[in-house]
Design a protein around this ligand. Sequence first.
Ligand SMILES: Nc1nc2c(c(=O)[nH]1)N[C@H]1C(S)=C(S)[C@@H](COP(=O)(O)O)O[C@H]1N2
Ligand SMILES: [Mo]
Length: 344
Amino acid sequence: MRSLIEIGGDGLNREAPLEALTGFITPVEQFFVRSHAAPEAFDPGAWRLEVDGLVNRPLTLSLADLEAFPRHEITCVLECAGNGRAHFRPRVPGIAWHHGAVGNATWEGVRVGEVLNAAGLDAAARHLHLFGGDLSSHEPPYERSIELAKAMDDCLIAFTMNGAPLTCDHGAPARLVVPGWTGNHWMKWLTRISAQRRALAGFYMDEAYRVPAAGTSGGSATGLTKPVTSLRVKSAITTHPRRAKVGERVTIRGFAFSGAPDVALVELTEDDGASWSPAELDPRHSPYAWRLWSYLWTPLAAGRVTIAVRATDVGGATQPRHASWNPGGYEYDAWPSVEIDVAD
Ligand SMILES: Nc1nc2c(c(=O)[nH]1)N[C@H]1C(S)=C(S)[C@@H](COP(=O)(O)O)O[C@H]1N2
Ligand SMILES: [Mo]
């Protein structure tokens, strides 16, 4: 089993080698970690979640209190908004992720909506402010807010990942799960949620995790930006031979996902996009989970062949040839490609 690769930068940042991401469920040992500050372990017995702000009955919940709410489970992708950043040209500052800051896991927990309703959510609330237990160990503090509509719709306060209690690296004892949205929304070591009229202000809302609101390559004329939210349609190649022989069939494999929330089509090209052939999609899928795919390829001529892949989601969006450059290096979604040397 290939282990995670330390990627450097502030905090704890590890990504998976793409060739390890071949399963429908990503084991915790191969699941990337992105922590702005070195994570601390929390005593689950002493841990409390504060629920306050625009609520009629502010709550202080122990883990046992939280676990008494109805349990829900979802299998979905967690991807860092900066996954692929190392491949932008010109280069951009920030953690230089290759393509392994992504994984697909089963998360179990309770609905944010049910917890907020138990606290008597006020109709005036529009945003949910999120605070984690690593706040004091980082400057500026990693704190964020999320639109209440998304939080109420399908977000979970999760305590398990792939059937086992969350590890400290992944936010134990409880973290937010935001199906179909980029990882920056998935607050770890959750200690307080606060219903508010307005979005939270601060570096991680107003400066980081934003892309140009208009224009396609590098900026809007107006300088307006918007937050990264829904995952873009994306694919990756995890398995391929480096060498092949004319007339001998080989298998190419990978995964694809979208915030749409499902993938409709994965295609491969060996002629730089002039023609495409569909890959076979694995039957396992659920909304916001990734879809494994495989493609049987028989080379017809000797030489070095570049094979590229693109995915199309159920909303009709297709992965672009080139990613849209932006100063934060977010949403890298260009066609992935590999080279195979074909001999006679
Ligand atoms: N409290 C806290 N939550 C956090 C972070 C953090 O640094 N502190 N990093 C966020 C980012 S940017 C990502 S991509 C995901 C990564 O989750 P993982 O480490 O479980 O893969 O956690 C998010 N939640
Ligand atoms: Mo991230």
